[in-house]
Design a protein around this ligand. Structure first.
Ligand SMILES: [Zn+2]
Length: 432
């Protein structure tokens, strides 16, 4: 946390959103390992939020601003009249960097064609691998930048992006460079995850263990050396990597300073959750099939369970992740988009919130907290972002709505007015 400066008994601010109609505050924010209890939010009316050097220093009634806040000489004001302020959304699980079109696969699936038919027609993850290997870095960048802008237009201020379509070192590094370029070109906080162990490419089909060794012994050390990723992720599933292979990949990452994430229990319960608990993964994601035993283990662990209602909807699953059970067990549940070219094209944060309500039976406040504060914890950033609270970064989504409850309710309609990231307006620049 940055030091908060005082002048007399007033706190110094250089950016103020004043006269907000409503600001959403979390009275009991999750603070790390333990039980999530604060699933209710508070809507404060007629408030102002002040920040200094991108850190929130004061939140209170607009009428009290001048009594408590010393306005720096070069301070800027943002008129919040009629606006709702929520924490900026955190999308903690995406595969946003890719290229190409797989709409034909979507249509085949909608028509009930089995996955094997789709694979036989050249579909699946490896189809995107072909595109990533064939296309120039600039083309992949342009396609991905368009999607990043779209995510931001829906209120996302922090987004995680995984590799995993290159599936050889050269093309995995190409993906990491695209992510890094996005990070430098856009104000959104972008968190890179290396996911070499996403699928076994055709050239390694005969010997997947050798592929895993290559990831562990060559790719991960190189990715770590270049400092291009924060996390290392693996797809633990029958059609992908076994628990033993996954352990090797995640341990190799941990050894080189990459924090661990895991895709677990999406189709089969193989032991991905046990592995996540054993290795202290930052998050375990998907969890469609996770049962009571897995929930009990997660409860003791501090691993952030992350569920992806867009994917189970897009794949027309009859079953969704047991979000209600997880919340009732006290888990600090996060939700994310899982935006990717094959199994989930949902992207807008508001739509993900609607799906969390419709499919996972979450309340609007549960969905909001899961998509901001808990998602921030899923990126090991839970102390810095994800809530409107003194000491956290000034990352805020401003909506032309009366209440946060309307975000999920007005399905597919986008009421975002502006984003503030680090105390800087992103879209309108409406600063006085
Ligand atoms: Zn994923």
């Amino acid at each position: 946390m940055t030091d908060i400066q005082f002048s007399g008994d007033k706190v110094v601010a250089d950016f103020i959103i004043h006269n907000l109609a409503v600001a959403v505050i979390y009275p009991e924010p999750y603070r790390g390992q333990g039980t999530a209890v604060g699933w209710e939010v508070e809507e404060q009316k007629e408030v102002s939020i002040a920040s200094f050097k991108g850190v929130i220093v004061w939140i209170g009634p607009s009428a009290d601003l001048s009594d408590h806040v010393m306005i720096a000489a070069d301070a800027r004001f943002y008129n919040g009249e009629g606006l709702l302020a929520t924490p900026g959304f955190v999308d903690s699980h995406t595969h946003l960097v890719y290229a190409g079109d797989r709409s034909d696969e979507f249509e085949m699936r909608v028509q009930g064609r089995p996955y094997l038919d789709i694979l036989a027609a050249g579909g699946g993850i490896l189809r995107t691998t072909g595109a990533i290997r064939d296309l120039a870095e600039d083309v992949i960048y342009e396609e991905s930048a368009f999607r990043l802008e779209s995510a931001m237009e829906w209120g996302v201020t922090t987004i995680e992006i995984k590799t995993g379509y290159g599936l050889d070192l050269k093309n995995e590094l190409k993906m990491l460079r695209v992510i890094d370029r996005l990070r430098r070109d856009y104000p959104a906080r972008i968190v890179a995850t290396f996911m070499g162990a996403h699928a076994v490419p055709a050239e390694h089909r005969e010997n997947p263990d050798q592929f895993v060794d290559e990831i562990c012994n060559v790719w991960i050390p190189e990715v770590a050396r270049l400092k291009l990723a924060k996390f290392n992720d693996v797809f633990t599933e029958n059609k992908a990597f076994s628990v033993e292979q996954s352990r090797k990949v995640l341990e190799a990452g941990l050894k080189h300073g990459l924090k661990a994430k895991i895709h677990a229990d999406e189709v089969n319960v193989l032991g991905g959750v046990d592995l996540a608990v054993e290795l202290g993964c930052t998050s375990a994601d998907h969890l469609l099939m996770t049962g009571d035993e897995g929930i009990a283990k997660l409860k003791e662990s501090g691993v952030i369970p992350t569920v992806l209602p867009g994917t189970s909807t897009y794949l027309m699953e009859s079953h969704h992740a047991p979000a209600r059970k997880m919340i009732e067990a006290g888990l600090p549940l996060a939700i994310a988009s899982d935006h990717n070219p094959g199994s989930c094209q949902f992207l807008g944060a508001g739509i993900i919130q609607s799906l969390a309500m419709l499919q996972l039976k979450m309340s609007s406040s549960e969905a909001l907290i899961a998509q901001t504060l808990h998602a921030a914890h899923a990126l090991a950033m839970g102390e810095d972002i994800g809530a409107i609270e003194v000491g956290r970064r000034m990352d805020i989504a401003l909506f032309e709505l009366d209440s946060f409850r309307q975000i999920g309710y007005r399905v597919g309609q986008n009421f975002l007015h502006d984003l503030i990231i680090d105390g800087q307006p992103v879209f309108s620049g409406e600063v006085e």
